[in-house]
Design a protein around this ligand. Sequence first.
Ligand SMILES: C[S@@+](CC[C@H](N)C(=O)[O-])C[C@H]1O[C@@H](n2cnc3c(N)ncnc32)[C@H](O)[C@@H]1O
Length: 237
Amino acid sequence: MYSEVFCKVYNEFGWNYYPEIFGEQLLQWLERNGVAPKNAMDLACGTGILCEILHEKGICASGMDFSEGMIQIARQGNPEIHYDVADMITYRPEKQFDLVTCTGDAVNHIANLSDVKKIFQNVYAYLSPGGYFVFDILNEHEVSDSEPFEMDFTESTRVWFQMTRPGEKQVNLKVRVFEENELRFEENIRETIHDPSVICQMLRECGFEHVTCSDRLLEDSNPGTTWFVIGKKKKGE
Ligand SMILES: C[S@@+](CC[C@H](N)C(=O)[O-])C[C@H]1O[C@@H](n2cnc3c(N)ncnc32)[C@H](O)[C@@H]1O
């Protein structure tokens, strides 16, 4: 779970660019594939950017996240959008959705594959028949130990980041925020790399069909740094 301070940093530092790009491409993907969802659920929605993008296009978007700080920011962004604070491993809304998304490598925040499978089983249950599940996962080749780097956020606030690979399948992002050169807080975000072929196989075991995994959502766009995974729920279920 992200601390409240980190949620604010996440929001203030503009890490919203990722769901913005994802949202733009997703809208094109929907249009090109003749998919017109009436409603959508964004799992681990963070600050709600993707929900807002879908809402602006007339899709009844909802979101959920287990970090209360993220949901607070999301609710402030658009009070008309419904958000839940919950853990996506056990989340099982009664309503069904035509589209379920999960971006910003949120699935890599789940360390155990058995928990990832629970998410997929639950998503299958609350997807409408014929609905799509679209998400991204880290591409192992795109995450490596990096030199620390710093950014000035304001005249008095500086942020320091470093990505490391403490284990073969582990990624750690350390973030430190300094104010007036004093350390204000430090956060470690731990992620686990999942093999895309295992993830796709797991989706099939949960009932999804037409499962695809690609380094881009749109055929004619540049490759991204993550894998984009899509699964469809069978029409008759
Ligand atoms: C890197 S952020 C991505 C947020 C948003 N999807 C985006 O693209 O900006 C990862 C998010 O996953 C959320 N998260 C991680 N594990 C979760 C879980 N088990 N249930 C719900 N949310 C979770 C975190 O709170 C955080 O908001």
